[in-house]
Design a protein around this ligand. Sequence first.
Ligand SMILES: NC(=O)c1ccc[n+]([C@@H]2O[C@H](COP(=O)([O-])OP(=O)(O)OC[C@H]3O[C@@H](n4cnc5c(N)ncnc54)[C@H](O)[C@@H]3O)[C@@H](O)[C@H]2O)c1
Length: 250
Amino acid sequence: MAQDFEGRVAFITGAAMGIGLATVERFAARGCQVVLADITNDLEDTARAFDNSGSLATRCDMRSRESIEAAVAAAIGRFGRIDILANVAGIYPSASLQESDDAFIDEIFDVNVKGVMRTCRAVLPHMLAQGGGSIVNVSSGAARKGLRGLTAYAASKGAVEAFTRALAVEAAPTIRVNVVAPGVTGSPKVRAGLTGEKGPTSIAGASRGTPLRRIAEPEEIADAIVYLSSPQASFITGETLSVNGGSLMT
Ligand SMILES: NC(=O)c1ccc[n+]([C@@H]2O[C@H](COP(=O)([O-])OP(=O)(O)OC[C@H]3O[C@@H](n4cnc5c(N)ncnc54)[C@H](O)[C@@H]3O)[C@@H](O)[C@H]2O)c1
């Protein structure tokens, strides 16, 4: 594996499991030092697995400016720089609009939208001072495809894409800002929810509407995040890269 991120530092939110953990693994495999940021308390064991590349585990709640700023300060204290921000943390509870009270909607937007804005705001001054950096925010195919029970979630991920385009202009030419939009991805939490034999709550059901006839693996989403953070994507900013097996075409 090419060590093309040697000397680089990636700050990854939602790093404890699923797509975030796969992103940690992919960056670490390419020589990057990784900061695992998550609301989960027991990150230490996960972080130890990456000690060869140098890693830091830090508790970080996307709902709290103070928590995010403390996590970013810890990363700067340890490594002196942050080259890459991957905003993977997110929540995806399902409810119809009629079932969604204000507290439900506020919680989704606090984590998925305001959390992403807070981490970008906290990291930006460091990247500007360094003279470079890359941010990748994670949205969802739900931002563009109408899906039942996901009105608040879809709105939050649409906001992530709109925010990213605006920030890409504001942060240029020093920092590139992009989005990865996954389709259904087999993180442990999603797999645990797809327990049906058939129908929409089964793996087969989720795969049916996808031209490539399967759901994604977390590593396939992580690879897109790593690509957009790499020198190979040096002229890409303000873009959304869909990784969904073609499901938006059908
Ligand atoms: N898995 C999918 O099918 C899928 C599809 C499209 C988009 N996405 C998006 O990809 C991202 C990751 O999805 P996943 O399936 O790996 O999720 P997951 O539930 O497996 O992991 C999410 C991580 O985010 C952390 N987190 C939750 N709330 C947090 C908070 N307030 N502060 C900090 N960390 C917090 C959790 O502790 C967890 O480690 C999410 O943004 C999700 O919306 C997932």
